[in-house]
Design a protein around this ligand. Structure first.
Ligand SMILES: [Zn+2]
Ligand SMILES: [Zn+2]
Length: 447
């Protein structure tokens, strides 16, 4: 029997209290009781899941979903759903969790607002982005069935899984998307890529023409479609030609090693968006057009920010090769570029080696100056201390682009066991062309 509003058992009342306190262990215990129904309703028609979402407690939401909480329960007095409560709390992870649990994004509250519209109304734009970026598997599966009079489906069933994985990625770096393509042998085929690209274009069109227009998702679909098309073109010339595309995208220009081809490719993809009246397109073009190639912001960062809402590219650790967040492997020579793994470092080496030494020298010079400055400051502080016993300036380190010398030392010791790192060190002592990394990513296909 479905729970009725306001008819809570003592244990259920306790659960609601435990939720607002945030004690997951107590909640788990209560959920094990026969007296507790996971979808019980308080006097306002709120379920425990709605309470948890509203309080912004992700771990509690997870627990309740594991216990079979109904994500689409719609008994609230104002028609709010758990997804809407998640939006009100401004917690992106909760919004994502609700979507993955099958939350209906089209459900409206008593004044006719969807969760995304509600989030926008209260200024939770990150939550709007999460909703806009979400694309349920069922919507893609639609294309795996023949529609209308056609006998053949637009998308072979076997491609739906790998394509869905790419669609839901939040790292839009072209290299990352190509890695995802390469990862799956089913996608490494010209015809398969063309079919996927066509379906992406159809979804893009649908996003623009539906009643509740979603420009963000439309742009994302279009952009991924452009990458698929590019890959198909390269594959046409040979199975190994995808590696040529990867190299082209990574190749840095002389001087600052800026990847010009990559920048131009992303800019061109954005400009090719088929709905020229779209506000998002105009915004993107306005932000990118005045920027000289090689300056900030890059087309990639502008696009990523528009689609995922991710900001702070400068501070966060992103892989130089594939844009993956949380990269922590540093080039052991220059210590100025970071990668997520050895593979990314190897791929980048053919172009990075041209500037690595210069970067290293630059860093060392900066470090030396920093050390000198530090000594100078210390002496100064010593003098001051003698003068008034306070010694305030000792802790102060001078500003500079390079890291503090102490930190770089830590890097060396923590990563020196890594084989590839050692290889790189040898690159500075011997000639760089003798580096094994280089022979692995052969330079023959360059240019
Ligand atoms: Zn990477
Ligand atoms: Zn380096």
């Amino acid at each position: 029997m479905a729970p009725r509003k306001g008819e809570l058992t003592e244990e259920e009342k306790e659960l609601v209290q435990v939720i607002s306190k945030g004690n997951v262990q107590d909640a788990a215990q209560l959920l094990g009781s026969k007296e507790v129904r996971v979808n019980c309703l308080d006097e306002h028609g709120m379920t425990p899941l709605m309470h948890s979402a509203y309080k912004g407690r992700a771990d509690m939401c997870k627990l309740l979903l594991q216990h079979g909480a109904d994500v689409n329960c719609n008994e609230h007095e104002h028609g709010y759903t758990a997804l809407m409560f998640g939006c009100l709390s401004g917690k992106k992870d909760i919004v994502w969790m609700m979507l993955e649990a099958g939350a209906d994004t089209d459900a409206v509250n008593s004044v006719g607002r969807t969760a995304a519209q509600m989030a926008a109304f209260v200024g939770q734009h990150d939550c709007v982005t999460v909703i806009n970026n979400f694309f349920p598997r069922e919507k893609l599966d639609y294309y795996t069935k023949p529609q209308g009079l056609s006998k053949e489906a637009k998308l072979p069933v076997k491609l739906a899984g790998p394509l869905h994985k790419i669609i839901t990625t939040t790292n839009l770096h072209p290299l990352k998307i190509i890695f995802l393509i390469k990862e799956n042998p089913l996608l490494l085929d010209q015809e398969a890529l063309k079919k996927c690209s066509m379906v992406l274009d159809l979804i893009c069109e649908k996003c623009m023409k539906q009643k509740d227009m979603n420009e963000v998702l439309a742009m994302k679909m279009h952009y991924i479609s452009c990458i698929f098309q590019k890959c198909a073109t390269f594959l046409q010339e040979g199975e190994d030609k995808l590696d040529t595309l990867i190299k082209n995208l990574l190749k840095g220009r002389d001087g600052d090693c800026f990847p010009v081809f990559q920048e131009k490719f992303i800019r061109e993809s954005i400009r090719k968006f088929p709905f020229c009246e779209a506000t998002l397109l105009q915004q993107l073009v306005r932000s990118i057009a005045p920027v000289e190639i090689g300056s900030d912001p890059t087309a990639f960062s502008v696009l990523t920010q528009a689609i995922t809402g991710q900001v702070g590219f400068v501070d966060a650790e992103f892989c130089t090769t594939c844009g993956e967040k949380g990269a922590d492997k540093r080039c052991s020579v220059c210590k100025l570029v970071i990668y997520c793994n050895q593979n990314c470092q190897k791929l980048h080496w053919f172009t990075h080696k041209k500037v690595c030494k210069t970067l290293k020298e630059k860093r060392e010079k900066q470090e030396l100056e920093a050390a000198k400055e530090k000594k100078r400051q210390e002496k100064l502080a010593e003098k001051e201390e003698k003068a008034n016993e306070s010694g305030l300036a000792i802790e102060e380190t001078p500003d500079g682009e390079s890291e503090k010398p102490k930190e770089t030392e830590d890097q060396v010791t923590s990563e020196s066991s890594d084989a590839a790192e050692k290889v790189d060190v040898s690159a500075t002592t011997s000639e760089s062309s003798a580096d094994p990394n280089v022979s692995q990513t052969s330079d023959s296909s360059e240019k």
